[in-house]
Design a protein around this ligand. Structure first.
Ligand SMILES: [Zn+2]
Length: 308
């Protein structure tokens, strides 16, 4: 006996033929997600680092606003007529198009927003830009989104290119980065006894002692009484903590108003850079480059309001 055709199966085939076009949007979305959207993307990025990678290629470290740090390959950029080569320079800010790759994503296009000429033309600015790029490179893991840090870096590069005092800008970047990483040291209370470091006078203004202690391992500033009790603590001018607080509360605008002595600048540098290296658990290589260009600041008067 021959099998009878299934009535249900025939009805399903008729319905499929009648309504197949309704599946087109689903099919289109599937293709777009699989072959277009997930394989290519665009980011706003700064080039932190670039090194040789295979024959004629470069491995570029991008710090992107959308996806954090991304390592990507620029293929064939060492060829004489490579279009990408001129765009992918150190500290360039641009719109970068990438295609996902097996090991590293591949840069396919780059549109320059700020070529960073000002940072590469001046050796002093270049040295500091290298330092800022190293700080960001060391502070974040790959694909760790941090738009606030991206904004800090773009702002710092812009200020550096405009000729802002680079050593104070470096302190601002270090202190801001420490805060963004969640490692801000105690600067208003003693890290050992937890008492306030300043007291209020009759007018309600804060009065600071002339000097304080600072302990990296204890986590910040110490009152003069606790300084001898904390092993490894150093003595610092109270102005060091005050300047750091000013930078944190008033932002970049305060840099133009600060007039600090050489000693205070050196103390700020030593205190916060050592603290940052301790927290990052590594030495920063470009610091030596900075000192090669003489980070010793010019002599300027101590601001009376800052160091009492
Ligand atoms: Zn104390």
């Amino acid at each position: 006996m021959s099998p009878q055709p299934s009535t249900t199966g025939g009805r399903q085939r008729r319905l499929a033929l009648q309504y197949w076009w309704r599946l087109l949007p689903v099919f289109y979305e599937f293709c777009y997600n699989t072959y277009v959207d997930t394989r290519q993307y665009q980011v706003t990025a700064i080039i932190l680092r670039s090194r040789e990678y295979g024959e004629g290629n470069r491995l570029i470290t991008l710090f992107t606003r959308e996806k954090g740090k991304v390592l990507a390959v620029a293929k064939g950029v060492k060829k004489p007529r490579a279009k990408l080569a001129s765009a992918l320079q150190h500290f360039m800010l641009g719109q970068i198009h990438l295609a996902r790759g097996k090991r590293f994503d591949v840069i396919t296009q780059a549109r320059v927003l700020d070529p960073g000429y000002g940072l590469r033309a001046d050796m002093d600015a270049f040295a500091y830009a290298c330092y800022f790029a190293e700080l960001v490179d060391e502070a974040v893991e790959e694909r760790q989104r941090n738009p606030a840090l991206f904004d800090l870096l773009t702002e710092a590069f812009a200020r550096l290119a405009q000729g802002c005092a680079p050593d104070l800008l470096a302190r601002y970047v270090e202190i801001s980065l420490i805060g963004m990483l969640g490692y801000m040291p105690e600067l208003t209370i003693c890290a050992h006894c937890r008492r306030p470091l300043s007291r209020l006078d009759a007018e309600g203004d804060p009065v600071w002692p002339t000097w304080l202690g600072f302990s990296i391992s204890a986590g910040g500033a110490l009152c003069p009484d606790c300084l001898p009790a904390v092993p490894g603590a150093r003595r610092i001018a109270a102005g060091t903590a005050q300047v750091a607080l000013l930078m944190l509360t008033q932002g970049l605008a305060v840099l133009d108003q600060l007039q600090l002595s050489d000693q205070l600048r050196r103390e700020l540098e030593g205190t916060f850079r050592d603290y940052l290296e301790y927290r990052l658990e590594r030495r920063l290589h470009s610091v030596r480059f900075l000192h090669g260009f003489g980070e010793a600041p010019e002599a300027v008067p101590v601001c009376e309001a800052l160091v009492r």
